[in-house]
Ligand binder design. Structure first.
Ligand code: F6R
Length: 607
């Protein structure tokens, strides 16, 4: 989940590397570093914490050179200190790494026995010394890397620059993504297209096991057998990736506000608004022939999948087994070849989700992935890609990707219902009409922002919060709790409202706000009964409901957030917005780093 970048260029590269790292900082921000080669001599600058610290350091103490490496770190092995920051160097080379070298302890012991002295606690330093040892034995850089790679176990994207080699970068991929960028007499390496967007839109993606030798005049790519291979050069969306906050204080705020628009783009991919049907090309999978869906994802994407389960089962009578990917991948569940394996991911790179996808592929299942980053590994390895058109999501806490995932899942559930004959044409048209209204309702939900900001001020004073919901509001309760804890650091739990009396009710007292998500749907009355149980024990209720729900509830609440009456299928998408705004404003009042909360990274490419 670190971000890596390499440039062999014509201009001074240090400022360019920092520009690229700015695009990659969403992958980790525990430390950052840059190394360059000037007149054959290696030098580096590294700083703890965010990239601004490195930027400052480079301004005070610049680095020259037209070839270099840059890294932004999400710490796995070793504390986030300057000493453990990448690039790691030996007298002969500098290396940057994203991922985990699983056998680093045994490699380190072997290298130490041979007299190599380690300066850090990182796994990456073993790569630096292994390649150095091969160079010390007289191999040239290419041969040294060729000899080293088979000794590494684990997941890695690495890039190496060699002392005295002003026209050479070597990179390798086994797991985390790595793109090669093509310029005019310049070549680039980056963890993703976003990193390279400031320089080029011509990219090729290394496959697992590939390694690449870059010079200013081009690249030679080898596969794991050592044979040279061609990887197609693709045009990425290039500068479209360059994102800014615009007039917003944070990316998260901007991304919350973008939702009506990006959901509308996403829906246009799946719905034929003029005919009022699902587009025939939107779901190139015969859901009538599928006996069940085996789904998995992580975090927010998992909660989207959980809501999708309710839709597929109710609308299409299609059973869905869904699990968090870190469990799914090791559970060895029996899978039928007639099942669809469905994955949900914003980045398309999350290590556990990718491993689950590969597991299902090995078992011979058809792979469908709902994914935001079209060039991602998951997109490339799937039989069918269901894109979300959320655009780049920079805030570490997922918002617009989540609601776009929901828009896709709802559309697919309707498509499946139609194919399986569980809904007729009129019902399809009705559901499509309802889905097409999401952007309008989402805009109305955004108008509640001032009220939600005021409520958040109260929320920022508390230590614990419970979220409750039933039906599709239950996964939303889980998502609400995740959003609040990850950006405000307030402890929060989400529960199925009916589970309250099986334990968590013991937590309720006057200091415990309980956020109840209760649209006026066919679960409403039952949820109200659960609210009564909370109120009877002095719990402070923040009710998120609609006009009908507000009129029907006679309970005294601390606050009631009233959304418009929405059709049932789209409620989880519309209710996601107040949930996100509550977390956002609470974090703003707490003064936390909203876009880059502590200990987190946007793309989790380690397990
Ligand atoms: C929370 C959040 C994470 C991600 C999870 C999966 O706000 O963003 O929980 O949802 O890390 O990431 P993707 O969707 O990239 O697979």
């Amino acid at each position: 989940m670190c971000g890596i970048v390499g440039i062999i260029g014509r201009e001074q590269v240090a400022p360019l590397l920092v520009d690229a790292l700015k695009q990659l900082e969403y992958r980790g921000y525990d430390s950052a570093g840059v190394a360059t080669l000037q007149d054959g001599v290696l030098d580096r600058r590294r700083a703890e914490g965010k990239l601004v610290n490195l930027d400052k350091l480079l301004k005070e103490n610049p680095l020259g050179g037209t070839i270099g490496l840059g890294h932004t770190r999400w710490a796995t092995h070793g504390a986030p200190t300057v000493r453990n920051a990448h690039p790691h160097t030996t007298p002969r080379l500098a290396v940057i790494h994203n991922g985990i070298i699983e056998n680093f302890a045994e490699l380190r012991a072997m290298l130490e026995k041979d007299g190599y002295v380690f300066e850090t606690e990182t796994d990456t330093e073993t790569v630096a010394h292994l390649v150095t040892r091969a160079l010390d034995r007289g191999l040239d850089p290419v041969e040294a890397v060729r000899e080293t790679l088979p000794q590494l176990r684990g997941a890695f994207a690495i890039a190496i620059m060699f002392k005295g080699e002003d026209d050479l970068l070597i990179a390798a991929r086994n797991g985390p993504p790595l793109a090669v960028g093509y310029g005019d007499g310049e070549m680039y390496l980056g963890s993703d297209a976003i990193a390279l967007a400031p320089f080029t839109d011509s990219l090729s993606y290394l496959e697992d096991g590939d390694w690449a030798v870059l010079t200013r005049s081009g690249v030679v790519i080898y596969d794991e057998t050592g044979a040279t291979v061609e990887r197609p050069v693709q045009k990425s969306a290039g500068t479209a990736f360059l994102v800014s906050k615009g007039n917003h204080r944070h990316f998260m705020e901007k991304e919350i506000h973008e939702q009506p628009e990006v959901i509308s783009h996403t829906l246009a991919n799946y719905l034929d608004f003029s005919k009022g049907t699902i587009r025939t090309d939107a779901a190139p999978i015969d859901f009538a022939k599928i006996d069940r869906i085996a789904a998995s994802a992580c975090g927010t994407a998992y909660y989207a999948g959980l809501i999708g389960k309710y839709w597929f089962e109710r609308i299409a009578r299609l059973p869905v087994d869904i699990d968090v990917a870190s469990e799914f991948r090791y559970r060895e569940m029996p899978l039928s070849k007639d099942s669809l394996a469905l994955f949900v991911s914003q980045s398309g790179e999350t290590a556990d989700t990718l491993a689950s996808l590969r597991y299902c592929k090995q078992q011979g299942l058809t792979i469908g992935t709902i994914v935001n980053v079209r060039e991602s590994t998951m997109a490339r390895e799937s039989n069918t890609v269901f894109p979300t058109l959320a655009g780049p999501e920079v805030g570490v806490a997922s918002t617009k990707a989540f609601t776009c995932q929901l828009a896709v899942l709802a559309s697919l559930a309707v498509a499946a219902g139609k194919m399986r004959g569980t809904i007729n044409e009129d019902e399809e048209r009705q559901l499509v009409r309802e889905l097409s209204e999401i952007p309008r309702y989402a805009n109305q939900a955004l108008r509640l922002e001032p009220q939600i900001e005021a409520i958040s001020r109260d929320l920022s004073q508390v230590k614990h919060v419970l979220y409750l919901g039933r039906g599709t509001s239950f996964p939303l309760a889980l998502e609400g709790a995740l959003k609040l804890k990850e950006i405000s650091y307030i402890h929060a739990e989400g529960y199925a409202a009916g589970e309250l009396k099986h334990g968590p009710i013991a937590l309720i007292d006057e200091s415990m706000p309980v956020i109840v998500i209760a649209p006026y749907d066919h679960w409403f009355e039952k949820t109200v009964s659960n609210m009564q149980e909370v109120a009877a024990r002095g719990g402070k209720i923040i009710l998120i409901t609609d006009e009908k729900g507000a009129a029907a509830s006679t309970l005294k609440t601390m606050h009631t957030i009233v959304l418009p009456d929405t059709p049932e299928i789209i409620a989880p998408i519309i209710y996601a917005l107040p949930i996100q705004m509550l977390a956002y404003y609470t974090a703003v009042f707490m003064g936390t780093d909203v876009d880059q909360p502590r200990n987190l990274a946007k793309s989790v490419t380690v397990e």
